[in-house]
Design a protein around this ligand. Structure first.
Ligand SMILES: [Zn+2]
Length: 435
């Protein structure tokens, strides 16, 4: 039932530092509360929130503290805020007609890119993603650390951000490319050659605020004469081992962009914590990921966008990528690999919905509950945040969303977000009433 829109979503309120006071108490009445841990939906539940944390989840008879603000969520399904494990707030789905990727680094002032990243962060939040793992700034240096700071201080609306800062690849392993050798152009990552430089780059990035380290273990990809997808390996085993050794020593983790073959193998042998994309993963590599507990962040939908014509080398590559990826995902799912939800948004425009991987996951063999878990309890575990994000339970951050319909019946319901709370603060509310 549509009652009133409350005025909290106005711009002025959000531009102020807006951390809830420690004493602020909110009670939510949830008609349908879905727990992604069990897949169980309970009815007529009460959630008591104190400050930024959930204090109590109970039946309708639960005592509501005097003075609490009460929010009635009578329609739709209440569930924990979603987690996106592969975003790029500093990319905007670069349109080649508008200068593509290169213009970002060559012509745009960092402040411009930061302004757009601020909008991207807000876009994630309003679509119900209350936590993101942002997978590098693409030449914007430590910009993600700055955006995270502004979010955490309540100066701009945005999700909880896990940063990776600059990312790492090798000479010949990342754009900008194709310029005259006499001209020094910026790179979208920090370039290293040799284990000493590799370790130093990881140290620098963590010193300046990287929560994770992102490494590109493959670069170009193409189809060989036998029709097989091939990707160029970048870091040597020695180089990646220097990075994982250093990062694990800091108690942090390494995410590896790896498409297939040798580069993917080095990522696994080198002790990477998560494989990003993983387009073509062999049976043996799936077994190794199982044994090592490696996370898999597939980013599916992006490989179905803008295919080149079928009879061109690029067109063949685009189709091979998608076909191999589907098989890899299906095998990973059947083998019970730890799969987390991530889309590579930023690689496509932030105007497009971020929920677009969910239907592919279900089509390729996940149940709707498993797909939901890949964006809640699974990444919570990967991020070392079990019990604090991805659930609505005592002690968890009060990250709560409402979607129209039941996502366990129709996964597309996750695209119909009408209420978003993060850290006990309401950022979006339509069709709810408050008293
Ligand atoms: Zn990416």
């Amino acid at each position: 039932m549509l009652s009133l829109l409350f005025g909290l979503a106005n711009i002025a309120a959000q531009s102020e530092p807006a951390k809830p006071a420690a004493a602020q108490v909110t009670a939510i009445r949830a008609a349908n509360l879905l727990d992604p841990r069990s897949g169980e939906t309970k009815h007529n539940q009460v959630i008591i929130i104190r400050g930024d944390r959930v204090e109590v989840v109970g039946e309708a008879s639960t005592a509501i503290p005097a003075g609490a603000q009460v929010i009635d969520l009578a329609d739709g399904t209440v569930l924990p805020g979603l987690i996106e494990s592969h975003t790029h707030i500093f990319l905007q789905g670069e349109d080649p007609a508008l200068g593509g990727y290169d213009i970002q680094l060559l012509k745009f002032p960092l402040a411009y890119r930061a302004a757009r990243a601020t909008v991207s962060a807000h876009r994630a939040l309003e679509q119900g993603f209350t936590t993101i793992r942002d997978m590098e700034t693409e030449g914007a240096g430590y910009g993600d650390v700055g955006i995270k700071m502004a979010v955490n201080e309540g100066r701009i609306p945005g999700p909880r951000i896990f940063t990776t800062t600059r990312a790492i690849s090798t000479t010949g392993g990342y754009p900008l490319e194709g310029y005259a050798p006499e001209i020094e152009v910026p790179k979208g990552v920090q370039i290293i050659d040799g284990p000493v430089q590799a370790r130093k780059a990881a140290r620098e990035q963590m010193d300046h605020g990287a929560d994770w380290i992102k490494v590109y273990m493959t670069h170009r990809s193409w189809v060989d004469k036998d029709g097989n997808l091939v990707s160029q390996p970048t870091l040597t085993l020695e180089e990646i081992k220097a990075i994982t050794d250093e990062v694990h020593g800091w108690g942090r983790k390494v995410a590896c962009h790896a498409y297939s073959g040798e580069g993917l193998q080095r990522a696994l042998d080198g002790g990477c914590d998560s494989i990003e994309h993983g387009l073509l993963i062999s049976e043996a590599q799936i077994t190794q990921m199982q044994r090592q507990g490696t996370w898999y962040c597939p980013t599916i939908a992006i490989y179905y966008k803008e295919w080149s014509p079928e009879d061109t080398p690029e067109g063949k590559r685009d189709r091979a990528r998608a076909a191999d990826h589907e098989q890899s995902f299906r095998k990973a799912q059947q083998a019970g690999l730890k799969i987390v939800y991530g889309t590579d948004v930023g690689g496509f425009s932030w105007d497009q919905p971020i929920v677009q991987d969910f239907p592919y996951m279900v089509k390729f063999g996940m149940s709707p509950l498993q797909a939901l878990q890949s964006a809640t309890i699974r990444p919570a575990e990967m991020l070392g945040m079990t019990g604090r994000i991805g659930v609505i339970a005592p002690g968890a951050y009060a990250d709560i969303i409402v979607v129209d319909g039941d996502p366990l019946q129709d996964i597309n319901a996750l695209g119909k977000v009408k209420f978003v709370m993060k850290d006990g603060q309401v950022y979006k509310a339509s069709g709810t009433s408050r008293r």
